[in-house]
Design a protein around this ligand. Structure first.
Ligand code: ADP
Ligand code: MG
Length: 331
């Protein structure tokens, strides 16, 4: 049984650490944030609902807390922003225990430390349904330097960080009632936000457009292409796949669509002028993060996936959409 709302907020407040830009944090009606001179404020929010985005019988609470921060920070990374503050809204079911809350908050604070964020406020309620988490992140970017979805042009290279499809493969394996390896579990339950990559790309002005991959390469790339009014050609053979994903793919070639359309990779997809290739390779080495050129942008406004033999490939899966008829959205 949990202590009351205000005791709970007090516990959170005691654990929260400030930072220079946060002039007033938890405890008043609003926080007060001082932006660095010449910077703009970036704000993004995410909802995570029990039964839709997570299952408490699959995830441990520290991982859930960490992931709640990471998925939100991923949006900040996708604009090239520097982290400032995070706001945490939670709806907790009546049977939520102290131990569960402590585990969840441990994960939240691990995420805050990892991404250099101050917890600046939030809201706390009892939920009559499942657990609900609402996270809002704020960051700053030098005026005019945010990397939008709309800045790409035909002729740009298309790049992606890390590997694709691991998270979707983990989810599919769990859904089949099979155990997942530690590597795949980590990719699904404890994804990393590519914050350092995002801020570096903005600082060095390397990317023309960027988006983070939350709903799958195919769907998210389409969002970027629509915003930039361009098309793209993706070389399927160039997709970065982990050793574990490749092993599963050899056993079942149909799994390829998980890398093309599966969600929750939280990698960054970005476009850059071909003249920037060497600088991007250097950045990859500096960050010890693989960056792979997977294709290029075209003037025709469609998206083509091409196999090594030049043939077109059409993925079978549609991108995830919470409101698509016939889907309950359940993960
Ligand atoms: P109000 O009634 O004005 O919304 P609350 O009593 O809900 O105020 O919150 C008091 C303070 O505690 C506020 O600064 C709010 O931002 C903070 N707070 C409430 N819940 C959380 C939470 N889950 N995490 C961080 N801060 C919180
Ligand atoms: Mg409140």
């Amino acid at each position: 049984m949990l202590a009351g709302e205000f005791a709970l907020i007090d516990t959170i407040r005691q654990r929260a650490s400030g930072r220079a830009e946060l002039q007033l944090g938890i405890g008043d009606d609003c926080s007060i944030l001082q932006l660095p001179a010449g910077h703009e404020l970036l704000t993004s929010t995410d909802l995570l609902l029990e039964g839709v985005h997570f299952r408490l019988d699959w995830t441990d609470l520290p991982s859930l807390g960490f992931k709640s921060v990471a998925v939100n920070v991923s949006d900040l990374a996708a604009m090239g922003g520097n982290p400032l503050a995070l706001y945490l809204g939670v709806g907790l079911p009546a049977d939520f225990s102290d131990a569960q809350l402590t585990g969840f908050l441990d994960g939240i604070f691990t995420g805050l430390t990892e991404y250099d964020l101050a917890l600046a406020g939030g809201d706390t309620c009892r939920s009559r349904g499942g657990m609900m988490i609402s996270v809002t992140v704020q960051g700053s970017v030098p005026k005019g330097q945010a990397i939008l979805r709309s800045g790409a042009s035909p002729g740009d290279d298309l790049w992606v960080s890390g590997t694709l499809g691991d998270s979707a493969l983990a989810l599919r394996t769990l859904g089949a009632g099979l155990p997942v390896s530690a590597f795949l579990a980590e990719r699904h339950f404890r994804p990393s936000a590519r914050l350092r990559l995002g801020t570096r790309l903005a600082e060095q002005q390397l990317a023309t457009a960027m988006i983070d991959l939350s709903d799958g390469l195919s769907g998210d790339l389409r969002h970027l292409l629509k915003a930039s009014e361009t098309g793209a050609r993706v070389e399927v053979a160039r997709l970065p796949l982990s050793a574990e994903f490749n092993a599963a793919l050899r056993a079942d070639p149909g799994l390829l669509d998980l890398a093309l359309c599966g969600g929750e990779d939280y990698e960054l997809l970005f476009c850059a002028h071909p003249a920037k290739r060497a600088e991007i390779e250097l950045l990859s080495q500096f960050l010890a993060l693989p960056l792979r050129r997977i294709g290029g942008l075209t003037a025709e406004t469609d998206l083509k996936f091409c196999l090594a033999n030049g043939q077109a490939y059409q993925p079978q899966r549609a991108a995830f959409d919470h409101f698509r008829p016939g889907k309950d959205g359940s993960a």
